[in-house]
Ligand binder design. Structure first.
Ligand SMILES: [Zn+2]
Length: 307
């Protein structure tokens, strides 16, 4: 009898432990499942959520959220999520259908809420198809702070017990973003104003341009989707000469002969790869939002200075 009752007590204790674990983050190993639509937003959620949340990012590093095709596994992740973080401003044209199809009861958190959207001058001329609003709001660090505040509030709503953790993580990260913003301003400030002009194939830097006083030209005919042709390159060369631009970032020119021709005929070397809509894989130069901004600014300022 004694053995039996002791066993009963033990199993009751085990059941309590199991219940505690099933209830969520109060248990040691349970985390709050959440979804973020793309890698940059996923990074914000990971930083603010810390060890309490497990983030599934639908469009991963180097992915293109403009033209994404969700998988059945994505629908399952959305169904199980306690919150789904989206950019909004028409960036994820596929999200509404995915959320509906998943039957999720998760709240949808729009990370750009409170940001006044820029209007894209050329809404669909460069492989973009997201209407008149420019969705690339994260490219200004001040806007990234709005994303982080919305992420924090979304996590607190989804998991109120974690509020102190989310608030502390967000506060520390917001301070880091303040330092990053000052760093960007100082770096751009060292480039003479007349030199602050960049030619790019992806019209994704409108918020960066407005925040930091850099002009971006995104010429017609050089899209983000197709490899540039010799004819595109000839047009590009004329534009570079006419506008006397030193900073040229055209990711669709992967043919070294075309890049050589631009260098030969304009004296301008292609500036390398700047990141607009996605982070790099973890081994790359833009594995986090902060790394991405630093990497972009380093390449942009070097190119604008003609070095
Ligand atoms: Zn884009």
């Amino acid at each position: 009898m004694l053995t039996f009752s002791r066993r009963a007590v033990l199993s009751a204790a085990a059941a309590v432990l199991l219940l505690g674990a099933a209830r969520g983050p109060a248990g040691a190993s349970e985390t709050v499942p959440v979804v973020a639509t793309f890698s940059i937003l996923g990074d914000f959620v990971r930083v603010v959520g810390g060890a309490r949340v497990s983030v599934r990012t639908l469009v991963g590093p180097d992915g293109d959220a403009h033209v994404y095709n969700p998988s059945p596994a994505d629908a399952r992740a959305v169904a199980e999520a306690r919150a789904v973080f989206v950019n909004g401003l028409g960036f994820e044209g596929w999200i509404e259908r995915l959320v509906k199809a998943s039957g999720t009861r998760a709240s949808l958190v729009v990370a750009t809420r409170g940001i006044s959207p820029r209007v894209m001058e050329d809404a669909d001329g460069h492989g973009h198809d997201h209407g008149a609003k420019d969705p690339h709001a994260w490219q200004s660090v001040a806007n990234a702070k709005v994303y982080v505040a919305n992420v924090r509030d979304g996590l607190v709503a989804a998991d109120p017990d974690g509020a102190p953790v989310y608030q502390a993580n967000a506060a520390a990260y917001l301070a880091e973003l303040d330092r990053l913003d000052a760093e960007v301003r100082a770096a751009i400030g060292r480039v003479p104003p007349a030199e602050r002009r960049v030619l790019t194939s992806h019209d994704a830097f409108g918020y960066f341009a407005a925040a930091y006083g850099v002009t971006f030209l995104a010429p017609q005919g050089v899209s983000t989707e197709a490899e540039a042709t010799a004819k595109d390159v000839a047009r590009l060369i004329r534009l570079i000469r006419k506008e006397k631009i030193k900073a040229v970032f055209v990711e669709t020119i992967t043919d070294p002969r075309l890049a050589d021709r631009i260098a030969r005929e304009t004296g301008v070397a292609l500036g390398g790869e700047i990141y607009s809509d996605a982070l790099s894989p973890s081994t790359g130069p833009a594995a986090t939002y902060i790394d991405m901004v630093r990497h972009n600014v380093k390449l942009l300022t070097a190119a604008m200075a003609g070095s």
